[in-house]
Design a protein around this ligand. Structure first.
Ligand code: ZN
Length: 135
């Protein structure tokens, strides 16, 4: 693990949350991106070396919509940057952590990602993310 890459925050309305966080952080959102495979629309804010990611569901049955229905808006996941996602997934699986995917999948912000089940990480949804090499 290298560092915290970003903190993901589940929101009901991305447009109004962008305005709120622009006011809070006193800076503009630098990227808005939809990830079709995850049914989310995301917005990123840079904060020092870290980032905040706002996530709005694009599908009433999507993971973020379900999360908000159950827990309300708020902190959804912590993303940890890794240099070799496959090696980390193997290491964590061997150490008894429950991975939510068998292989890394494309995430927002030019990343490959894999999530760990919160049951195996003290209730915190952890995202491993690695910068995509090309593309
Ligand atoms: Zn994320």
């Amino acid at each position: 693990m290298q560092k915290i890459d970003h903190i993901g925050i589940a929101v009901k309305n991305l447009a109004s949350s962008i305005l709120l966080f622009e006011k809070l952080l006193n800076r503009s959102c630098y990227k808005i991106e939809t990830v079709e495979s995850e049914a989310v629309k995301t917005a990123f804010f840079a904060l020092g070396n870290d980032k905040l990611e706002l996530l709005e569901s694009t599908d009433p049955d999507g993971i973020i919509a379900k999360y908000i229905a159950k827990h309300g808006e708020g902190v959804h996941h912590i993303a940890l940057a890794v240099t070799d996602i496959e090696a980390e997934m193997k290491r964590l699986a061997e150490d008894g952590f429950q991975l939510l995917q068998d292989r890394p999948r494309p995430g927002a912000d030019h990343k490959l990602v894999c999530f760990l089940h919160p049951k195996s990480t003290n209730g915190v949804l952890i995202e491993l993310c690695m910068e995509k090499v090309d593309g």
